[in-house]
Design a protein around this ligand. Structure first.
Ligand SMILES: *Cc1c(COP(=O)(O)O)cnc(C)c1O
Length: 358
């Protein structure tokens, strides 16, 4: 490997974070959310790592489920978080004993009409306030009634999703929990409410199943600084310096001359850019880590390169390793400078970045 732009992925950190999630909700089963290629960490690798401990996996679509099954991950239940997108998928759902979410009346009808040899287990989605997928009150009752009567349906679990569990000041989470509990069925069927934020901070939402996602990868779901222990970052993104030059005060750096040197400045070029998934929205001052110190982005992110201010960096040399985020700069901090969230940065790391599993 010549271009050393690398995402080092610490699989045992993901396992540790999963077990931590389970320890926070000890009476719940934890569905490890590994959609979007495990938030960019590699779903097959992550699923294999969790194979001994995971209660279930959650993915976004059947393609993601089949990818796991084709690589031999076929012992642990897999939940399709958005259910099926076409009726024909139900053949594969039955064949591989997948669990489907039922989010709308069309998916419901497909299930009721299907000719199956064995029943399918379902998570019925209730819209308790997210305002996205799921049945609202009356249609939820109606859906449950139909599912209860159908021979196509095995176990029924009730699911809802929080819109604002990452905002500890919001009253909506409590409202969503009570909306959920006020449906007629929460006594009768197991439930699933909690995402990472709720696993960490809303323990009253822990029911039969919890659904940890971002916390598995060692990133915080909270935008405000919230004291969290024990989450270990799983991905360290790094590359190397490929140029070092000094510029005079007034000289500009990179596309659009966004960065103008205020004094004589040593500028380094790092071999990583937006085509690797490093956000083009990174502003001047976005931190990176090199030779034991933090340095800053200076100038616009290019497709294959970024430029950084080497002022104060001890003895920089071409070939020196630069960490974009991971052990020394958190992805959450970088996300703030890019006006986004860690979820987006992690899941958008591209194929060109070499993944090294440790
Ligand atoms: C992605 C997803 C999760 C995981 O959310 P995190 O905030 O990453 O923990 C949980 N439930 C559903 C339905 C999801 O789509």
């Amino acid at each position: 490997m010549a271009r050393k732009c690398t995402a080092s992925i610490n699989l045992s950190a993901i396992k540790e974070n999963y077990l931590y999630a389970k320890s926070l909700a000890p009476s719940s089963k934890a569905i490890a959310i590994i959609k979007a290629d495990a938030y960019g960490h590699g779903a097959i690798k992550v699923a294999k790592e969790l194979n001994e401990v995971a209660d279930a996996y959650g993915v976004a679509c059947i393609e993601e489920a089949i990818e796991l099954i084709s690589s031999g991950i076929d012992k642990i239940p897999i939940l399709l978080l958005e259910g099926v997108f076409e009726k024909s998928e139900l053949i594969l759902v039955e064949k591989h004993s997948l669990i489907v979410t039922v989010c709308n009346s069309v998916q419901l009808q497909w299930l009721l009409d299907a000719h199956l040899n064995r029943p399918i287990d379902v998570f019925v989605k209730y819209d308790s306030g997210m305002g996205r997928l799921g049945f609202q009150d009356d249609s939820f009752t109606h859906a449950i009634n139909l599912l209860e009567k159908s021979n196509n349906i095995g176990e029924i679990t009730l699911m809802t999703h929080f819109s604002s569990a990452d905002d500890l000041g919001s009253t909506l989470t409590t409202k969503q929990i009570s909306n959920f509990d006020n449906t007629l069925y929460t006594e009768k069927y197991p439930g699933s409410l909690a995402n990472s934020a709720a696993i960490l901070k809303w323990s009253e939402s822990h029911r039969e199943y919890v659904r940890p996602g971002i916390m598995l990868y060692g990133s915080s779901p909270f935008s405000e600084k919230t004291p969290l222990k024990k989450l270990t970052p799983a991905m360290t993104l790094s590359s190397v310096l490929i140029s070092i030059k000094s510029f005079k005060a007034g000289q500009s750096i990179g596309y659009g001359c966004r960065y103008i040197c205020k004094k004589n400045t040593l500028i380094g070029v790092v071999a990583i850019g937006y085509a690797d998934g490093y956000p083009r929205s990174a502003i001047d001052g976005t931190p990176v880590f090199i030779n034991g110190v933090k340095s800053k982005i200076a100038g616009r992110v290019s497709m294959d390169m970024i430029t950084i201010d080497l002022t104060g960096v001890p003895n920089p040399q071409i070939g020196d390793r630069v960490e974009l985020f991971g052990e020394n700069v958190s992805v959450d901090e970088v996300a703030k400078y890019c006006n986004t969230i860690s979820y987006e940065i992690l899941s958008k790391i591209t194929r060109r970045v070499y993944k090294a599993y440790i």
